[in-house]
Design a protein around this ligand. Structure first.
Ligand code: ADP
Ligand code: MG
Length: 362
């Protein structure tokens, strides 16, 4: 169902993204070891990743790094190792023979105990060694193993040098493919350091698949199909109005479809509730930043009100929050771009998500 709010898992529930899926499979078939799925929040990265993994027919493990980080407050190696191996075993659930082989291979690693789909460690696991063992198993059984970190930039906050570990694996373990998704594209780039000469992955090739928002036509078609699926009749004029307001962000279109088509709210109530929920979500998402400096908030506010140049934004922020020196101000702007809340083009700064913009403007 197109209007299901959960990240999609099955191809039939995923609207389009054919080209992105094709690229993903191509990268895996070619034996590429690093794939990045990029794009701002709610464009469908997790959905694309789920569908790609479920259709790839390779053993895989997917780790939701953001939720792991927020549940545990950090990401210790042991936890990551356990999630990784348990995910892998689970992905092989339907294919008993292969799973038994993998369980045997894992049991031969010192300190690792496997029972059913559960993995425990007698001593602190060495992740590099684990990955090496997985790589040899993959090579021997001619099965590429896919390891996916959803919202991988959160690995950065764990205090452990996971960037170095991933770099090592990408360079030295040819039978593993790492897939990293990131809504904070700049943070993810920083973390893996593809363009930082001081980092281990500098200058390496990565397959970058960047999700774009739907075109107007796609957005309209998405809504029509979703409503058709539910047997709900919606006027063309309503579809026009909604697409005009939500643009091509599939997450918002899906939420609208859910509120209107499943919850059966009127157009007005559905939009009101959507913006209500969006407000709570967005405030929560930027709270880590705004807690650090209220100026982040004023920058976003300034831009939502139509200021797009460096100096007009700064003027607004200084009016609200007092003097700030140029370098510091530029630093804040840069961070907002890194975190995906702002886009910078030759026309100046803008908020890429119209719903986020509207929520901040109010
Ligand atoms: P992201 O990981 O980029 O934040 P999600 O995959 O969580 O995005 O998707 C956000 C919302 O949009 C979810 O409700 C999901 O079901 C829906 N969605 C995302 N991509 C698609 C798609 N291609 N077709 C249908 N629904 C989608
Ligand atoms: Mg996601």
């Amino acid at each position: 169902m197109l209007f299901d709010l959960q990240p999609k898992r099955r191809r039939e529930d995923l609207y389009d993204r054919e080209e992105e899926l094709r690229e993903f499979f191509e990268a895996v078939e070619l034996g590429e070891t690093l794939v990045l799925l990029l794009g701002i929040r709610r464009l469908g990265k997790s959905s694309l990743l789920n569908v790609a993994l479920s259709e790839s027919e390779k053993p895989f493990s997917k780790i939701d790094v953001r939720s792991l980080y927020f549940t545990h407050g950090s990401i210790p190696q042991e936890l990551l190792a356990r999630k990784l191996l348990e995910g892998l075993l689970k992905s092989l659930k339907g294919t008993d023979k292969v799973r038994v082989e993998l369980m045997k291979a894992l049991s031969r690693i010192k300190g690792v105990r496997v029972s059913g789909l559960q993995v425990e460690f007698d001593e602190k696991p060495d992740l590099a060694e684990l990955l090496e063992k997985l790589d040899s198993w993959a090579e021997k059984t001619e099965r590429r193993v896919i390891i996916a970190f959803d919202e991988a930039q959160y690995l950065r906050l764990s205090g452990i040098r996971y960037d170095g570990l991933i770099a090592y694996a990408v360079d030295n373990l040819p039978n593993l493919t790492f897939v990293l998704t990131g809504s904070e594209v700049g943070m993810l780039h920083d973390f893996i350091g593809l363009d930082n000469p001081k980092k281990p992955l500098f200058g390496r090739y990565a397959r970058e698949i960047t999700l774009k928002r739907f075109s107007r036509e796609q957005s309209r078609d998405f809504l029509r199909r979703g409503f058709d699926e539910l047997g709900v009749k919606v006027q063309e004029e309503e579809i026009e109005r909604v697409v005009e307001r939500l643009d091509g962000i599939v997450g918002w279109l899906t939420l609208y479809g859910y509120l209107r088509g499943i919850r059966k709210l009127s157009e007005k109530d559905a939009l009101d509730e959507l913006f209500e929920r969006a407000k709570a979500l967005v405030l929560d998402e930027i709270s880590t930043l705004t807690r650090y400096s209220t100026r982040y908030w004023y920058i976003l506010k300034a831009i939502s009100l139509g200021n797009d140049s460096w100096s007009s934004i700064k003027e607004y922020v200084e009016f609200k929050a007092g003097k700030i020196n140029d370098a510091k101000f530029s630093g804040l702007l840069k961070n907002l771009v890194k975190y995906g809340y702002l886009e910078k083009t030759e026309d100046g700064y803008s908020i890429p998500d119209p719903v986020v913009k509207e929520v901040i403007k109010k």
